[in-house]
Structure formats: C-alpha cells, structure tokens
Design a protein around this ligand. Structure first.
Ligand code: UD1
Length: 361
C-alpha cells in the first residue's frame, strides 16, 4: 500500500508523526511525506521535524504565504502534478488548515482516496477560515477519523454516511504523551530557566485573524496583557502573523513583565505549558493540550470547535471581553482553578487505531 501524507502548517506536524509511526509498525514502508510549504520559517516548521522524529519531507511544494485563495490555489496547482505522478492508494490529510482543504479537493476530483485525521470538529463560526476548511474537507473525504463523540454527531447531522466515520481519539495526545518526559527535561537546560521560573508565569499565544488583524481588538488584548503582567510575569512566543500586526499597528508592548519571544519548538513550548499558572490563547491545539495537562486555559474566542475541553476539561472561553479575561486570570492567581478530566480516548493510541482501520480499508 502506498500512502501519501500532506502537511503544511505548524499544527499538522504533531498529528502526522504518530500516524506515520503506527503505519511503519504495520510494515507499511511506502509512505511519502509531502510538505506544502504553507509554513516555512525555521521556527514554524523545520524545528518540528527533528523533535517529532518525522522524516524529512521528500517533497516540498514551497507555496509560502498569500491570501486565503492564493495560498489554497497554489497548493492545489502544485499538488495535482505530484499526486498524479505518485499515484498513492490513499492520501492522509490533517486538521483544518489551507493545505488540508487544498489536498482534499484535488484528490476528490482525481478520485484518489482521502482520509481526514481530526474530522468532524465544528465551531459553527463561518467567519473562521478553518471552519470553511473543515466543512468542505469532511464533505469530500472518503474516510473520516474523529477525535470525540461530538465530532461524530456533527458529521451525522450533516448527512455523512456513518460507515465513513471512525472514532479514533485525539491524535495530538499521542505526540504529547510520548514526548512529555522529554519536554519536562527541558527545564534542566539553561535556555528555559533563563526564560522563566516554574509556576510563576502566564503563557500566551495569539494568532487568529479575528484577534490580531483588527487594530482595536489587538491593542485591547495587548493592553490587558500589559496590565496583567504587573501581577504576574507573562511569556508570549509571538506567531509571525501577530508580530507583523504588532509592528504595523505600532502597538506598545515593552514592559518588564511581558516577555515577547520568537515562536518556540514543540518541546520547549510543551515544557513551558507544564509549569504555567495558566495559558491565555486562541489556538485550537492548546485548548486540548492544557486539558490533558490539567492546566487552566483562558481562550480568547467566543466559540470552540473543541467543546469537550470546556465541558470536561480545564478550558474557559472568555471571548474578546477583556474584563472577563482579567477577572478569570486574577481568580486563577488566587488559586481558584477550573478542575478537569481527561476526555475518553485521549490515551496516546489514536495513531494505532488509524493504522488498524487503514489496513482494513
Ligand atoms: C495557519 C492556519 C491555522 C493554524 C495556524 C498555526 C489556515 C487557514 N490557518 O494560520 O489554522 O492554527 O496556521 O500557526 O491554514 N508566516 C511567516 N512564516 C511562516 C508562516 C507564516 O512569516 O513560516 C506569516 C506570513 O506573513 C503569513 C502569516 O504568517 O501571511 C500567516 O500565515 P498563514 O499560514 O497564512 O496562516 P496562519 O495565521 O499561520
């Protein structure tokens, strides 16, 4: 069996690694890893391959940045040529980024089988580019690997044939549980100790267009962070999109308590998560990782495609209400932390379940 994996953006890498590994264990040697080049900076892409023990991609489409349409279209044009040449039996795609939808459309039209890992998530917010990517990708993929029961329910409600849906659990947790001991060791190394003291900081990430592309919204978030940083150190590895916006808009964020860093690798960031007082984020993956780790997460969004992190986990949605963010953060500092449970099938074996299903297709 010949399998082609498509990755492109930072959150894809930790999802593809355990699936590839599980398939190698089943003796599927013919696996091609294709990188679309959607993310291309050293610290948004290259560092992950080494840390996650992913093989170097044998093909890189080098599409780079662009508007939603330009980026998606460029991936499609370049991917079509490659996939016709490689003739895989199945193409595996991950998550909800532009690389995911682009590969799905090309394969659906060439009648090449597609498996979507992390299918069925819905924020019900069509202003998010990722929500459009999710809906279209699931509609046209052949096999849907879901992380949680709510994802199955969403797909069934949309009329998708139950036989195509496979509940396999959360693939991100395979990587997290495997690398957690290694991540904890990062604290022994000088570079993390130079950044922060354990249990003495909030860790922040922000990159959603809805939060960082609007000057009023971004400046009110940064103002709140500056104010919070007077009570507790804030560590903020800044995504390139956010960095560009902060510069363009001339937003002031130079205070002693707010430490801006370049994006970090997987292990360093995971290590920082394990010892944070709480996370403040708009990332999807971090809502899940904090739930697994039992660390409080304040999500700067009004909705989430990962509702189980709120109902069972440690996640609280604060939207763009900065008073609420401040109140919740202070509540946490006073020791009042939301307690959570690890959701079912977040057990480190999702990759194996996916590999078992692929072997039986
Ligand atoms: C993408 C995904 C998002 C995911 C996020 C993780 C889509 C629609 N969005 O958003 O779901 O959570 O990745 O990071 O696919 N840039 C660089 N260097 C890079 C990559 C990007 O400088 O290596 C800059 C470019 O100026 C680019 C901007 O960041 O215009 C945004 O990158 P892009 O891939 O378009 O979307 P993200 O915001 O990263």
């Amino acid at each position: 069996m010949k399998i082609l994996h498509v990755v492109g953006a930072r959150p894809n890498f930790m999802k593809a690694a355990p699936v590839m590994k599980a398939l190698f264990k089943k003796n599927i040697q013919e696996q091609v890893l294709l990188h679309t080049g959607q993310h291309y900076d050293q610290n948004m892409s290259r560092v992950f391959f080494h840390e996650l023990e992913l093989p170097e991609p044998s093909i890189n489409l080098e599409v780079g940045s662009g508007t939603q349409a330009v980026q998606t279209a460029n991936i499609m044009v370049r991917f079509e040529k490659v996939v016709q040449k490689k003739t895989p039996d199945i193409v595996l795609i991950y998550g909800d980024v532009n690389s995911t939808i682009a590969a799905a459309i090309v394969c659906a039209k060439l009648r090449i089988a597609v498996g979507h890992v992390e299918a069925g998530l819905r924020s019900f917010d069509r202003t998010m580019p990722e929500e459009i990517n999710r809906i279209v990708t699931d509609r046209i993929s052949d096999t849907l690997f879901t992380p949680s029961v709510d994802a199955d329910d969403n797909l069934i409600r949309e009329g998708i044939d139950r036989n195509r849906i496979h509940l396999v659990g959360n693939i991100m947790i395979d990587t997290l549980s495997l690398l957690l001991p290694k991540a904890r060791q990062c604290w022994e190394e000088a570079r993390l100790r130079n950044i922060a003291d354990k249990k003495d900081y909030f860790l922040v990430t922000l990159h959603r267009p809805s939060n960082v592309d609007n000057p009023e919204v971004l400046s009110s978030i940064v103002k709140t962070l500056v104010s919070l940083s007077k009570q507790k150190q804030i560590i903020f590895p800044v995504h390139p999109r956010t960095k560009h916006r902060i510069h363009e808009m001339g937003i002031a964020c130079n205070t002693k308590g707010l430490k801006l860093l370049n994006p970090l690798g997987y292990l360093d960031f995971l290590a920082l998560q394990t010892e944070a007082v709480a996370l403040i984020t708009d990332s999807g993956g971090i809502q899940e990782e904090t739930t697994y780790l039992g660390i409080p997460c304040l999500t700067v969004r009004t909705n989430t495609e990962r509702p189980v992190t709120v109902t069972l986990g440690t996640n609280t949605l604060v939207g763009q209400d900065m008073n609420l963010l401040q109140t919740e953060a202070i509540r946490i500092l006073k020791g009042n932390k939301k307690q959570g449970k690890i959701p079912p099938l977040w057990d480190g074996s999702a990759g194996k379940r996916i590999a078992d299903i692929i072997m039986n297709l």
